[in-house]
Design a protein around this ligand. Sequence first.
Ligand SMILES: Nc1ncnc2c1ncn2[C@@H]1O[C@H](COP(=O)(O)OP(=O)(O)OP(=O)(O)O)[C@@H](O)[C@H]1O
Length: 300
Amino acid sequence: MPAPALKIDRLSKRYGSVVALDGISFEVAPGELFGFVGSNGAGKTTTMRIVLGVLAADSGAVRFGGEPVTHATRTRIGYMPEERGLYPKMRVLDQLVYLAELHGLDNTRAHQAAEGWIERLGLRERRRDEVQKLSLGNQQRVQLAAALVHDPAVLVLDEPFSGLDPIAVDVMSEVLREKAATGVPVVFSSHQLDLVERLCDRVGIIQKGRVVACGTVAELTSAALLVVSAPDAPCGWAGQLAGVRVVADEPGRTVLELDPGVDDQRVLAAALATGVVREFRWRRPSLAELFRNVVTGSGE
Ligand SMILES: Nc1ncnc2c1ncn2[C@@H]1O[C@H](COP(=O)(O)OP(=O)(O)OP(=O)(O)O)[C@@H](O)[C@H]1O
């Protein structure tokens, strides 16, 4: 049976006078790897805590297969909290077995699952160590194992990649891909936009508690940018052109966004008026460029 979709439906949340969530909505389909990105304080952690039920929304709902999430369905979510929630003095294996049993696995199955994830995440040598004695990266691997050990039907991870070395990033990426490939909706937050771009099927950009852009990376980055290398051009040469916005301006190289209908040959003429033009080409923006555009509206 395929796992149900996770739907965040118009959630709002205030902390006193601070509006943390302002009607945020998005959906993560079964088998989809969804990247949740936004500036500091945009509302990512608040959203994830509400999904987990550790925080109540003022209004809106979290739905799982169309039904509001209940205490029973919540136990089917695998969660990696931002503040990490392990018992520092418990040994790795004991901790994972304990968590699996808490989620309803009997002792034998809990051991099998814990050992399986220990092996998969390269923690075999550490399995008898107290969590507090592990490096931060290894603690994070244990935290991932803790989110997975009860074979969840939904995976929600708050900045799982922060602080990981490149090998651990690869392991984490593979595991998330594999989990999604089994039909589970997987959502994770991250500030590492290159990674999100590479890994995710879809991305939601959140700002001030609302989703301001959502789609596949290809959809989000379809509006092309114009790269112009004009080594003699004075800084800011393109700033006065009507319908043209400067996305990046380095000495001799400028990246521009043109309003619909603006003739790029007019831009080329303006560039040539400053001297030689070595490069004049269209390219897709990166997710990081798009993010800056969307979030600051200025491109920088
Ligand atoms: N316990 C709290 N009390 C008061 N305000 C809070 C509390 N938790 C979060 N906030 C505020 O709510 C807003 C959203 O915070 P949240 O932690 O959800 O953002 P975030 O997107 O996860 O940020 P980051 O990328 O920095 O982790 C921010 O303005 C934050 O200051």
